[in-house]
Design a protein around this ligand. Structure first.
Ligand SMILES: [Zn+2]
Ligand SMILES: [Zn+2]
Length: 249
């Protein structure tokens, strides 16, 4: 499988604010034609034992689709959230972000800054931490809506940030045509996904095109207008609605 289509940033009922069991998520996202799911349940109810149980449960629920275990870590102030996959340990909730990123990376983890606009998270990171991240969410479905983050347009694309897109899935209306295309070598399994993420063999896409193209102004202002005019039957809004309904399970 040269390219695997992955839904990224997905919460299950293992998160305090999620209510989708892993098997139900697997079924629904398989119907959306994803090959894999980059899970990101919240750190705050986890410890080492629960992390082991969760990884096993992800394996059991991987039926026709691969559920890749991961954690969304928050700092103690709950102002910066970092998604981590592929680390060989659970680091505990509420760690300072710089420490979390260092420890995750030292243990083979891949780190992505989630929703950088939320509480101005982007500005709270020091430069070395920012530079050591594997990715930044240019588009988070939950916080940014049906257009990419204005921050991605004005700031992120002018810096050396690697784009990521995330559903931040908690509920049905957050199904949306955002996907990470992963360059997986050999069999699609947890290890080959981690390898692709570590080597940055991935591309963030929206509606099937690279998000780096979508953030160019004309397309973007179209999407913004569609977002504003959602209720008014705007042509682009209708197109977005049709695309979304096509992929919904
Ligand atoms: Zn978050
Ligand atoms: Zn989240």
């Amino acid at each position: 499988m040269p390219l695997a289509r992955a839904a990224a940033h997905v919460h299950s009922d293992w998160s305090y604010d999620g209510n989708w069991p892993l098997p139900a998520l697997a079924t629904a996202l398989r119907r959306c034609r994803y090959d894999a799911v980059l899970m990101t349940d919240h750190d705050r109810t986890f410890d080492a034992d629960r992390w082991d149980a969760y990884r096993e449960e992800c394996g059991r629920a991987s039926d026709g689709i691969l559920l890749v275990p991961g954690i969304e870590y928050s700092n103690a102030e709950n102002s910066v959230h970092v998604l981590v996959w592929g680390a060989n340990a659970f680091f505990g909730p509420g760690l300072p972000t710089a420490e979390l990123v260092t420890r995750a990376r030292e243990s083979g983890g891949v780190t992505v800054l989630a929703h950088p606009r939320f509480k101005d998270a982007w500005r709270r990171l020091d430069e070395p931490t920012l530079a050591s991240l594997d990715g930044v969410e240019w588009w988070n479905r939950r916080y940014d809506g049906i257009a990419p983050s204005p921050l991605a347009v004005s700031v992120l694309r002018h810096r050396a940030t690697v784009p990521f897109v995330g559903l931040d899935f908690h509920m049905r209306r957050q199904f949306f045509p955002l996907a990470m295309r992963l360059g997986v070598d050999g069999v699609l399994d947890v290890d080959s996904v981690f390898a692709a993420l570590r080597q940055h063999k991935f591309q963030a896409t929206a509606f099937g095109v690279p998000v780096t193209r979508v953030v160019h102004e004309p397309a973007l202002s179209g999407l913004r207008a569609a977002d504003l005019a959602k209720q008014k039957g705007h042509g682009l809004a209708r197109w977005v609605k049709r695309e979304v309904s096509r992929m919904r399970p």
